[in-house]
Design a protein around this ligand. Structure first.
Ligand SMILES: Cc1ncc(COP(=O)(O)O)c(C=O)c1O
Length: 371
């Protein structure tokens, strides 16, 4: 018998791992600043935080005798009905997960075997290559064009030639470049017979009318991912959901962890849906801040913001200013925490999540102070 520690499977041992955001308290400590004086603009959370109506619902739930002491509903009945009201999609076509991340992982594991492929268009969300690594999937990358436009013709060509066990993952709006996937491209991809996972984590900031959810009844190979982390201000409670044809949802419910949604997330999710009108006012404010910040960045020497349909802006940084990482570090030193990337295509960029409207002037002042 060996007395060495157990070894993880060899393909896992070699993985670089996902680069998650560093907690605010840690970033503030490194900068020698009070967290209360810092702007956390690195993870696209809702800067207004949890809505008071969601907080009230959680407080009311805490007062109930069984809250937290019994298992949550494995069928997510109440939550799926609320999600149906919110999305207009039949509850039989909805499953919730501990964040969209869980459902991306679950869907890939349920639909693909090791050796199958996912096709993505980088730069995009870093979770997809991580999940490919984790699940021993090949990663076929069709890079975006200059300006990060989707390479539509190339993608269609590659998807039509791909093996049957290939899933295309697109992000609308894309993280980090902020633009929507056109419904024309999506329709053509789906018409070619390929399975498409469309990640709509940020769709509320483009407007729900920009969602592809109306295509679900027409195309059984479309799977849409959504989350409460961005618009609803409950990233820490971990709640997302997938929309897909009822047969696939039935199978995903069968193979998911039975109690994957904790009771607090369930209560908060239903409350957020009930308060969607009020949270919509926060979304409007975030969109206005985005447009104001875009204009301010556009008129700043050395910076080139990309138009965004989301709650963040990707900013090109001129060489005269420094690299994206250098500007990121200078901003961090004055308590503005942004996001940079190891991808060489993004070396001269940084991504800024929207602050609250009342923090915009402070952001612009601190930015100007380090340029
Ligand atoms: C495109 C995209 N999809 C999914 C997620 C993760 O969502 P969740 O917090 O629901 O796991 C993120 C978070 O950054 C994201 O940017």
């Amino acid at each position: 018998m060996s007395h060495r520690s157990p070894q993880v499977r060899s393909h896992l041992a070699q993985l670089p791992g996902y680069a998650p955001v560093v907690p605010l308290a840690e970033r503030a400590r490194l900068a020698g600043l009070d967290p209360g004086d810092c702007l956390k603009l690195d993870a696209n959370e809702n800067p207004y935080g949890m809505h008071p109506r969601v907080r009230d619902a959680l407080q009311a739930a805490l007062a109930e005798p069984n809250f937290g002491s019994i298992y949550p509903d494995p069928n997510q009945t109440v939550l799926r009905e609320a999600l149906s009201r919110y999305t207009g999609v039949d509850p039989a076509m909805i499953v919730a997960g501990a964040g969209a991340d869980e459902l991306l992982d679950l869907s890939l594991r349920a639909l693909l075997s090791p050796g199958s492929s996912i096709m993505t268009c980088p730069p995009t969300f870093g979770m997809y290559p991580f999940l490919a690594d984790l699940n021993e999937l090949n990663l076929i990358e069709i890079p975006r064009r200059d300006g990060f436009a989707l390479p539509a013709a190339e993608l269609l060509e590659s998807a039509s030639q791909a093996a049957a066990d290939t899933i295309v993952i697109l992000t609308s709006p894309n993280n980090p470049s902020g633009e929507l996937v056109s419904s024309d491209l999506l329709r053509k991809l789906l018409a070619s017979g390929v399975t498409v996972i469309l990640d709509e984590a940020y769709i509320e900031f483009a407007g729900l009318e920009a969602s592809a959810s109306l295509l679900l009844t027409e195309f059984p190979r479309l799977v849409i991912m959504r989350t409460f982390s961005k618009w609803a201000g409950i990233a820490g409670l971990r709640l997302g959901y997938a929309l897909a044809c009822a047969d696939l949802i039935t199978d995903l419910i069968k193979v998911k962890q039975p109690y994957n949604i904790n009771q607090a997330a369930e209560v908060a999710g239903v409350a957020a849906i009930n308060a969607a009108g009020e949270i919509g006012e926060q979304i409007d404010a975030i969109r206005q801040t985005r447009d104001a910040l875009y204009d301010a960045l556009l008129s700043t020497d050395g910076l080139s913001p990309l138009p965004s349909e989301s709650n963040f802006i990707l900013v090109g940084v001129d060489a005269a200013v420094g690299s994206g990482q250098q500007l990121h570090d200078r901003l961090a030193a004055v308590g503005v925490f942004t996001r940079t990337y190891s991808d060489p295509a993004l070396a001269s960029y940084l991504r800024i999540s929207m602050p609250r409207a009342d923090q915009l002037d402070a952001l612009i002042d601190r930015l100007n102070s380090v340029l």
